[in-house]
Ligand binder design. Sequence first.
Ligand SMILES: C[S@@+](CC[C@H](N)C(=O)[O-])C[C@H]1O[C@@H](n2cnc3c(N)ncnc32)[C@H](O)[C@@H]1O
Length: 549
Amino acid sequence: MPDNVLYYGDNLKVLREHVADESVDLVYLDPPFNSNADYNVLFSEKGGEKAHAQIQAFEDTWEWDQEASANFADAVQNGGEYVAKCLLSFRALLGASDMLAYLAMMAPRLVELSRVLKPTGSIFLHCDDTASHYLKLLMDAVFRPDNFINEIIWERSQTRSSISRSFRRAHDVILFYSRSDDHKFNMQYRPLSDASMNLYDHEDAGGKYQGVPLLVSGKRNGKTGAVWRGIDPNVRGKAGMHWVTIPANLDEYEKKGLILWPDKKDGTPRLKYYLHQSPGVPLNDIWDDVPLISSSAAESLGYPTQKPEALLERIIRSGSDEGDVVLDPFCGCGTAVAASQRLDRRWLGIDVTHLAVNLIKVRLRDAFGEKVADTYRVVGEPEDLAGAQSLADDDKYQFQYWALGLVGARPHQSQQKKGADKGIDGRLWLTDTAGEVKPVIISVKGGHVTVSQVRDLRGVVEREDAAIGVFICIEEPTSPMRREAADAGFFESKTLAKSKHPRLQILTIEQLLNGGRIDMPPQADLRSFKQAPKAKGKQAHKQEEMFNE
Ligand SMILES: C[S@@+](CC[C@H](N)C(=O)[O-])C[C@H]1O[C@@H](n2cnc3c(N)ncnc32)[C@H](O)[C@@H]1O
């Protein structure tokens, strides 16, 4: 069974039921938090049941209500001594506010994350300045202050616009804690500056190099203070000097021709240090070299809180090695998951929306090909018709996101925002002959279905000049629906195979759960994101239009 797992569900439950003690090497979490919410509103005290959502992030809401109050009591009771003290102090300071509800939600999850981390593991908590100060205290309570490693400032925005009466907010905070003082850490580097590169001003067959002194200030009595090649370091400089390494190593350098001897008798020998030997500049805790992804960037999936893969790659490389396990309990559209896959880490991702799970599946397929599906499993999605029906009854949109995942399609952009869908719930891009890219349009219905809905889809397929329209439903289609679909004719592939495929296809959820698929030409490169297959000439223009809709 694959080690990598994508869980649909509430992370508290998933962590408790599925993730073993001390089994994870690195946790990255980016919990939802809407920093655009009015700061004052978050702190206003709420009157019991009348409380309304004020902390909102994407689909998630925290409010001080009876449920939050019960969560708070539970976290105080079961979170351990320090967590209890911390939460009670928060309550004294913040009162029964939405901020307190948010912190009470976070507390038990952080306790679980501490449980699942290996003693050599580390955790990176991504947040912003609205709550970072409270979260740091909570992290101190859960992981203990001794295990605080860094507060990383990520400068996410470099725009220059100014705003009145305050400085522009441009950074996020990433709190880095370890599980013990024995944590794994791999230093990360940024490229050398132009000024540093200019120091490598000599060149030989080994490449560009600079000479670095082999003698440094300060007398030593040991081997590094010994006379070597007639040079006594003790009599050099104002107060004596010593070699940077022991004479045996200096002999080795000399044998390899790496020592630059001075012309003058009292000059200092130097070591050739090649540009390719320099790993770059060790990073500090201010990261201003990873830009936020723009909506036109190739990696953008249109997910509102999507983080750049470069940021996640840096975090993952610093706290884990190949084969290690990375966990993201609030994985959104799967940036940590995709970065882990790329860096050959094993991974666990958890999200409470089918939209996120769908986007991750499609993201992985687009980035790593169809075969990636064999490297992970999905847990928590409906597995039978009854499960699908109950999801459809619960939430029409979540059902649509899940059903689209069954055919490998991502939700149409407007669907992600729950807007008008103009009859399109999702699409795929089909490459037929070289350069021709056509949409496959998908419509999903969880409730009662009628022939007029199939007719509508036929109209959309014609309007959009789509190759194929797919009508996905739970209910068995009626005879008039089947007739309407049959009347739409065929899409004829222009590939060598010249295959014919029904232009309008009705697929029931039961068929899809039993392995049914869209009848379409085999695709070497099936994609559903903006990075669609390359097209040429007129077609390219058309393609751009489609992606910019
Ligand atoms: C800020 S986003 C994460 C974005 C992510 N870092 C990325 O790059 O796409 C937070 C995610 O947490 C999910 N979420 C919120 N509450 C959750 C819970 N209790 N369990 C699991 N996921 C949750 C939301 O659905 C959302 O996708």
